[in-house]
Design a protein around this ligand. Structure first.
Ligand SMILES: Nc1ncnc2c1ncn2[C@@H]1O[C@H](COP(=O)(O)OP(=O)(O)OP(=O)(O)O)[C@@H](O)[C@H]1O
Ligand SMILES: [Mg+2]
Length: 239
């Protein structure tokens, strides 16, 4: 689905150059749920932003479902992003002035989905994330966990091929974190490809593969064995 071929991304400041992604090669297959771990500043968010085409690369090859992204214009990248990718952020990023259902409906407007179909799709995801009873509320009236579920609903309402999540449980307590992680796992089991950045090693067990970064490079790349995890790690890591 996604291939990085020796990609690099640097940020040039007044005096220093920071190499956020250092000559990285990586393949992500459809249906994977990849967790990305690593210390602060190792390039996790940069990698996710590059994947989501919110940021560009300095060099290397990047292909996404058959498109050579490194050769696309800004406009083509924006179109690919709109058509195929859903984002979930640590700070939810909901629009304060819009109700829950309006927030979720917004991406469907951008996709020019007709009104009746918009309503049907919004109803469906509202049920999916168990927030239908709060549909007329403004985000400020919701708990953190509820806000993140709305953000997930907004990310999935367009049925994207790829869901990107940057520390989706970073602002949540453990109970809400588990609920959000369970939801992501379900979406993955239903076929969504997910790439998630996390600071919580115990959340790795919800995914299928774990990538550990250090200084913009891949330090470790391992698959998560659900069976073995069920036996030992789940107990330790997931309670
Ligand atoms: N827009 C930017 N301008 C300059 N430097 C940047 C920019 N974005 C990221 N960096 C630098 O690139 C490196 C990687 O940053 P990144 O945000 O990807 O780290 P991270 O692994 O997500 O960290 P954290 O866990 O703290 O979120 C850091 O050294 C950071 O200071
Ligand atoms: Mg980050």
């Amino acid at each position: 689905m996604i291939t990085f071929n020796n990609i690099s991304r640097s940020f040039i400041g007044d005096e220093v150059e920071t190499v956020a992604i250092d000559n990285m090669s990586l393949t992500i297959n459809k249906g994977e749920f990849l967790s990305i771990l690593g210390p602060s500043g190792c390039g996790k968010s940069t990698l996710l932003n590059v994947l989501g085409m919110l940021d560009s690369i300095d060099q290397g090859g990047f292909s996404f479902i058959g498109h050579q992204v490194d050769q696309c214009s800004e406009k083509q990248r924006a179109e690919l992003r709109k058509q195929h990718i859903g984002f979930i952020f640590q700070s939810f990023n909901l629009i304060d002035e819009l109700t829950v259902e309006q927030n979720i409906e917004l991406p469907l407007y951008y996709h020019k989905v007709p009104k009746e179909e918009r309503k049907r799709l919004v109803d469906k995801v509202l049920q999916r994330v168990d927030i239908a009873h709060r549909r007329k509320h403004l985000p400020a009236k919701l708990s953190g966990g509820q806000q993140q579920r709305v953000a997930i609903a907004r990310a999935i309402v367009t049925q994207p091929d790829l869901i990107l999540a940057d520390e989706p449980t970073g602002n949540l307590d453990s109970k809400n974190s588990e609920q959000v992680m369970g939801l992501l796992q379900e979406l993955n089991q239903e076929g969504s490809t997910i790439v998630m950045v996390t600071h919580a090693p115990e959340h790795v067990c919800y995914g299928t593969r774990v990538l550990e970064l250090l200084d913009g490079k891949v330090l470790k790349d391992e698959s998560v064995q659900q069976e073995t995890l069920a036996a030992d790690l789940t107990e330790v890591a997931c309670g």
